[in-house]
Design a protein around this ligand. Structure first.
Ligand SMILES: Nc1nc2c(ncn2[C@@H]2O[C@H](COP(=O)(O)OP(=O)(O)O)[C@@H](O)[C@H]2O)c(=O)[nH]1
Ligand SMILES: [Mg+2]
Length: 192
């Protein structure tokens, strides 16, 4: 897809404030600091669209962006800031979990995973949760520019072995632009 325009729509902090516009949604989710805001800015080509920071944020907000006047990109709260232990692995914070479970306009979930840490427990729990909720999802491996050559091959193998239901895996670097066209091509299949 080609992103012709992107604008911030609104932030909500509860499920009863969701937008009424019946637009389909591509939802972005991942650990705090994984590079979600940076990815949104890079994909849309709008540097200041989503706020980025080097310290993990604690605000639990859902941010909506209108893309090409016909779909939403949805920025969900980051998880994994506090350790998720096995017994409570599906407790993402109410807002995040409930949103993914009940969002009936979600056409695709993009799960962002830091390419340097492909084995994180909380990310694997999220994949299980997405499969449990029957949400189609694709994986974006962020900060790919930080990997050495050897690590690049290895991370693909690790991900392929454990994410058999993901629709795609894209290596992404917001800094070099690697993966941008590939991801946009994938997203085109899920926008109206
Ligand atoms: N090297 C590199 N750093 C990145 C990339 N994407 C994000 N970062 C850095 O990771 C940190 C967290 O990014 P941010 O987008 O705020 O993460 P968020 O919490 O998931 O929204 C920032 O310091 C970014 O500059 C990338 O592709 N490459
Ligand atoms: Mg962010």
């Amino acid at each position: 897809m080609k992103i012709r325009n992107a604008r911030f729509y609104k932030s909500v902090s509860a499920l009863d404030q969701l937008p009424e516009e019946p637009l389909s949604e591509i939802v972005f989710v991942g650990r705090s600091n994984v590079g979600k805001s940076t990815l949104l800015n890079s994909l849309t080509g709008r540097k200041g669209l989503a706020k980025t920071s080097s310290t993990p944020g604690k605000t639990q907000l859902i941010n909506y962006f209108v893309i090409n006047d016909n779909c939403f990109f949805v920025d969900l709260p980051g998880y994994g800031y506090a350790r998720v232990d096995k017994g409570r692995r599906h407790e993402w914070g109410k807002l995040l979990g409930n949103y993914i479970r009940t969002g009936d306009r979600i056409s695709l979930v993009i799960l962002l995973i830091d390419s340097r840490h492909p084995g994180m427990e909380s990310d694997h729990a999220m994949m299980e949760f997405l499969e449990y909720c029957a949400r189609p999802y694709g994986i974006v491996l962020t900060k790919f520019d930080k990997l050495r050559q050897k690590e690049k091959a290895k991370v693909r193998l690790v991900m392929k072995a454990c994410s058999f239901k993901s629709k795609f895996i894209v290596n992404y670097s917001a800094f070099s632009g690697q993966g941008k066209e590939e991801l946009l091509e994938q997203l085109a299949k899920y926008t109206g």
